[in-house]
Design a protein around this ligand. Structure first.
Ligand code: NCN
Ligand code: DMD
Length: 350
């Protein structure tokens, strides 16, 4: 499969099913509209699946894509790059925040190494989807070639397609990658036109005084990118993104192609979602912003989707943590449409 074929496989969401869900909501045993945004979410799930009521997701899976970043050389993170591979091992061993929260909501965790810096083999329990050892320094040159970017997108799409074949009915996006909030800020600025100062934050606790330096690195990257030949949405992702951004864009496109909802995590997954939607606008119909990251760019995906994220708990960890916490909301939104009595039933009981 090529990236173009993956994109072509995404069909628009079903507007008729959306309307049927709205009509159904109006007749359920509650004052119409009283379930607020849960009603909107349920209608969107109907539109995604093409069915009303939509299926109630029972097998959520979080895909944690991990990679390293050449831009780390610019001094944009307080953490050594070895932390990426170390956290991948921690996720595989079940000891990361994503594992604790996944156990809480009954989700499976799949961790894929798409390009960490590592000398030894990929540990047991980690999917080896490595495209290269980290990206190049995006402030100096394109982070990935177009081919590397395509390979990473298709790796994510392949993981997602296998999971869906195995029964996954709700995808959640997570990631780990020291330095990736710099790449995320660059992607967000490039795709939305935002000023880097407005979408660049402290990431994993970068010392306050160095955030201004980080903004400067993002500005340099954007200027370099603007002066280079334009290769469209894919070129922007390759030039400014990370391998995990590309892989997560692939997860989102594969979910959309299979009409499976995708719950998107924080600012990093949100930047990947902007890439997915730039590549394939119809994919937006299958994405739900799980939470608003406390990073300054955290509102970007909700803004792009035109609706607030489901949760705002001031999280800024990544890994899929915030989106996983929203899994029960997605399940409840579908269950309400599937299981509630109607107002007519209530009147019968009066
Ligand atoms: O996704 C988010 O909202 C988010 C916000 C801040 C930090 N992170 C995580 O922190 C790491 C990147 O931070 P940094 O400072 O090294 O760019 C990376 O592993 C992300 O998963 C993630
Ligand atoms: C410890 C640690 C855990 C993480 N999980 C996601 N990003 C992370 C960054 C750090 C530094």
């Amino acid at each position: 499969m090529t990236v173009e074929e993956l994109i072509a496989a995404v069909r628009p969401v079903d507007q008729e099913a959306l309307q049927r869900a709205r009509d159904r909501h109006a007749g359920l045993a509650k004052p119409p509209g009283s379930l607020g945004r849960l009603e909107h979410l349920g209608a969107r799930l109907a539109a995604m699946s093409g069915q009303c009521p939509p299926p109630v997701p029972s097998a959520p899976v979080v895909v944690v894509a991990a990679a390293d970043h050449g831009v780390h050389a610019e001094g944009v993170s307080d953490w050594p790059q070895e932390v990426t591979a170390a956290m991948v091992a921690t996720v595989a061993a079940g000891g990361a925040a994503v594992n604790a929260i996944a156990r809480t909501v009954g989700a499976r965790v799949v961790v894929a190494d798409v390009g960490t810096l590592r000398l030894g083999p990929v540990p047991d329990g980690v999917r080896d989807e490595r495209v290269r050892s980290g990206t190049r320094d995006l402030a100096v040159e394109p982070a990935m070639t177009l081919d590397e970017c395509r390979t990473a997108i298709l790796a994510g799409a392949q993981v997602a397609a296998e999971l869906i074949d195995g029964g996954a009915d709700l995808l959640v996006t997570g990631e780990v990658g020291i330095g990736n909030t710099t790449a995320s800020a660059a992607l967000i600025a490039a795709y939305t036109g935002a000023d880097p100062a407005d979408v660049t934050g402290k990431g994993a606790n970068l010392d306050h005084g160095r955030t201004a330096h980080k903004v400067g690195v993002v500005r340099t990257a954007l200027a370099r990118h603007a002066a280079a030949p334009d290769h469209g949405a894919l070129g922007t992702l390759a030039s400014l993104g990370g391998l995990e951004h590309a892989a997560l864009a692939g997860v989102m496109l594969a979910g959309a192609a299979a009409r499976v909802p995708v719950l998107v995590d924080g600012v990093v997954a949100g930047a990947a979602a902007l890439a997915a939607v730039a590549l394939c606008p119809e994919a937006a119909g299958y994405l739900v912003a799980g939470h608003t990251s406390a990073e300054p760019g955290g509102h970007t995906l909700p803004d792009r989707l035109g609706e607030p994220a489901l949760l705002d708990l001031s999280l800024r960890l990544g890994e899929g943590t915030g989106a996983l916490l929203a899994v029960p909301l997605v399940q409840a939104a579908a269950r309400v449409l599937a299981e509630m009595a109607t107002l007519a039933d209530v009147t019968k009981n009066a």
